[in-house]
Design a protein around this ligand. Structure first.
Ligand SMILES: *Cc1c(COP(=O)(O)O)cnc(C)c1O
Length: 215
């Protein structure tokens, strides 16, 4: 079942990276996912990620996709290969601080707020480009800013989803022009089970899919 779902999704994705969202799933389900050959797993809560990581093979790449509180940063530094959900300068500074302490470079994406729902975290697109224009991001020696992430509004309105993803892509290019290490700045993480086809069409390099895999 999982194997069939993965096969179909991968065929649709082509070159786009599949980040398998394993949040709320049992260890058994994760083991089945692992057995399909999938190696990028994503969780939205720190404790759940660490607990699952401890019980599963160590060649899994773990990504964090949920809102991260600053007081939990030190728990996950060195344990995750990508944090998709960096949504404030304060959080970025804490990741730098803890990464420096542990002498590792942490890869992150900047979460951009493009959806209409108030509850979604993230930087306002224009403010983010302004931050880069004013060099607020240069002192991060132990953080590698790899790109951007966004979530579209949960809606059936395809035009709206397209507009929100396009805004993400435009912001990505706006930052890429300003960033010093622009060769590291390559990833656009957008698209979930309901909208990943649209996301891919508009230029996603990574999609985050959960329910469609386990359906
Ligand atoms: C849960 C989640 C996903 C996956 O959602 P599905 O609709 O199950 O594919 C993707 N991104 C984030 C940030 C999530 O929290």
């Amino acid at each position: 079942m999982i194997q069939q779902n993965i096969n179909r999704i991968k065929e649709e994705l082509g070159e786009t990276t599949l980040v398998a969202v394993s949040k709320f799933r049992t260890l058994e389900e994760l083991t089945n996912l692992y057995d399909t050959g999938q190696r990028i797993f994503a969780e939205n809560r720190v404790q759940e990620l660490l607990s699952k990581q401890n019980q599963l093979p160590n060649d899994i790449e773990w990504h964090l996709i949920g809102h991260l509180q600053t007081n939990k940063v030190k728990m996950i530094i060195g344990r995750v290969s990508l944090i998709h959900s960096v949504d404030s300068l304060k959080l970025l500074k804490e990741i730098q601080k803890q990464s420096l302490k542990q002498n590792v470079v942490t890869k992150i994406l900047l979460q951009i707020h493009v959806a209409q729902e108030d509850s979604k975290y993230g930087f306002v697109p224009n403010e983010l480009v302004d931050l880069f224009a004013t060099h607020s991001f240069t002192p991060f020696t132990h953080v590698q800013i790899c790109g951007v992430m966004s979530m579209a509004t949960l809606t059936q309105n395809t035009n709206q989803i397209e507009e929100e993803f396009q805004k993400t892509v435009d912001t990505f290019h706006g930052i890429k022009k300003l960033i010093t290490n622009s060769e590291d700045f390559t990833e656009i993480s957008m698209g979930m089970s309901g909208d990943y086809i649209i996301a891919k069409k508009l230029g996603a390099t990574m999609v985050r899919i959960g329910s469609k895999i386990f359906a």
